[in-house]
Design a binder for this molecule. Structure first.
Ligand SMILES: Nc1ncnc2c1ncn2[C@@H]1O[C@H](COP(=O)(O)OP(=O)(O)OP(=O)(O)O)[C@@H](O)[C@H]1O
Ligand SMILES: [Mg+2]
Length: 410
């Protein structure tokens, strides 16, 4: 005999089936991540899962960009260009995701036309034009409590997800945050590995090449003094000069060596910049550019003065060289997120796309007279100081940031 099924049983049964299928989906997401590692497809799959779980019509996932303190859409389902353009970068407080970022918790808006977060803001029309009348935004936090992204879903009509849906969404959010964090760590490790390899190469290759060069230079100097080679004096002089230039390049390359010793001392970074100021300003003025310095109060940090001078010099020189017409070079120091930050900004052409992708690898240059080693040296110096070096670049210029850890502030 057929068992008697009440309406409640049926809904429970349906619910269980739905939950089972969602669980399978979540499981699929984690195994796919382990096996295939295709980040972009996985992000799209996470959005799909979020839309299904919350019974929504559309959705998107944003990744938090620490450099600009903003959320950026990296995958979506069901949105068109005007919405994606408008919300491509969201800062704290703006729209539901910005509110969730500010409040550090999930924000649910059942009807955006009634919500103070949207009323009288440009976001309202953009949302309504996209058919999004209701929205939930769930922040994604790493296990250390660092914001890594935001998972939002949207509805065509005023509505809200129920508590069971939200519990499942939380499982997905945990998984998504782990995935994003792991990819971010892997990217960082790959960069460090690349730098270490270069460092080892630098140390061994530099020494090997230098020794024979010293012998050649010695003989050339000997010949310079001999009467029988007088006719070749200018050629011999050029040969010595060229060898010296090659030696200089090798010295720079050697400074990439992993085991180079740094002499760390507690000092104020502003002092180092003040002493470099006349030199940097003269260099900028010589090429017709403006030079600005904005040094704010910062605590002492542990650094090698000589190395940081070299880093500043390399970055300033790159900035000046990138400004093809009259521009401004700006050096700033300040505190952000308990770190001492030094930024060097130019109004130049921006870093070419292919260089951006291989940043830190030596001998990549777009300049006729460039060696392509300045930035590699900077990355290595930052690494030796346990500092982070990153940049934002675009057609209006480039800004490099060096973020030093600070024991006093931490
Ligand atoms: N501020 C910047 N603006 C635009 N492009 C930049 C900037 N800094 C670096 N680049 C790009 O990165 C490349 C590598 O820079 P890097 O300093 O390593 O070498 P380089 O300047 O070419 O030569 P050098 O070894 O003499 O410094 C440059 O050739 C340039 O294309
Ligand atoms: Mg350079």
């Amino acid at each position: 005999m057929e068992p008697f099924i009440t309406k409640k049983c049926l809904t429970n049964k349906n619910r269980l089936e739905i939950e089972l299928s969602i669980m399978k989906r979540l499981h699929h997401i984690s195994t796919r991540f382990i096996c295939e590692n295709n980040f972009q497809d996985l992000l799209a799959e996470i959005v799909e899962a979020a839309v299904i779980i919350t019974n929504a019509n559309m959705g998107n996932i944003q990744i938090y960009d620490e450099r600009s303190s903003s959320l950026q859409i990296v995958a979506h389902s069901g949105f068109k260009k005007p919405f994606l353009d408008f919300f491509s970068t969201v800062h704290t407080g703006q729209a539901a995701c910005g509110a969730a970022m500010k409040l550090k918790e999930r924000v649910i808006i059942e009807d955006i036309t009634q919500s103070p977060i949207f009323i009288n803001t440009p976001s309202l029309d953009v949302m309504l034009d996209a058919g999004a009348w209701a929205v939930q935004s769930t922040p994604l936090y790493s296990r250390q409590g660092r914001l890594v992204g935001m998972l939002s879903t949207h509805y065509h009509t005023p509505s809200r997800p129920n508590d069971q849906d939200l519990q499942l969404l939380d499982v997905l959010a945990r998984q998504s945050a782990d995935i994003i964090e792991r990819v971010q760590i892997e990217t960082r490790i790959a960069h460090i590995d690349r730098l270490n390899l270069i460092g080892e190469m630098a140390a061994s290759l530099g020494h090997e090449v230098r020794n024979p060069m010293t012998t050649v230079r010695g003989y050339l100097q000997l010949f310079q003094k001999k009467d029988e080679f007088k006719a070749f004096k200018s050629q011999l002089d050029t040969m010595v000069e060229e060898l010296d230039r090659a030696n200089l390049i090798i010295s720079e390359f050697l400074s990439l060596a992993k085991n180079k010793v740094v002499e760390l001392k507690y000092d104020n970074l502003n002092n180092t910049i003040y002493t470099l100021y006349p030199l940097l300003q003269a260099e900028a003025f010589r090429l017709g550019h403006d030079f600005q310095m904005d040094l704010n109060e910062i605590p002492l940090i542990n650094y090698d003065d000589r190395e940081i001078r070299q880093l500043i010099h390399n970055l300033v020189r790159n900035g000046i060289e990138a400004m093809k017409t009259r521009g401004t070079l700006k050096i700033k120091t300040y505190i952000e997120d308990e770190k001492v930050v030094l930024s060097i900004q130019d109004t130049g052409t921006g870093i070419a796309k292919d260089i951006q992708e291989s940043i830190g690898i030596p001998f990549r240059t777009t300049k006729d007279n460039g060696i392509g080693i300045g930035l590699s040296v900077c990355y290595r110096i930052a690494q030796r100081h346990e500092a982070e070096l990153d940049f934002v670049t675009g057609s209006n210029g480039t800004k490099f940031f060096i973020r030093f850890k600070n024991k006093q502030l931490a």
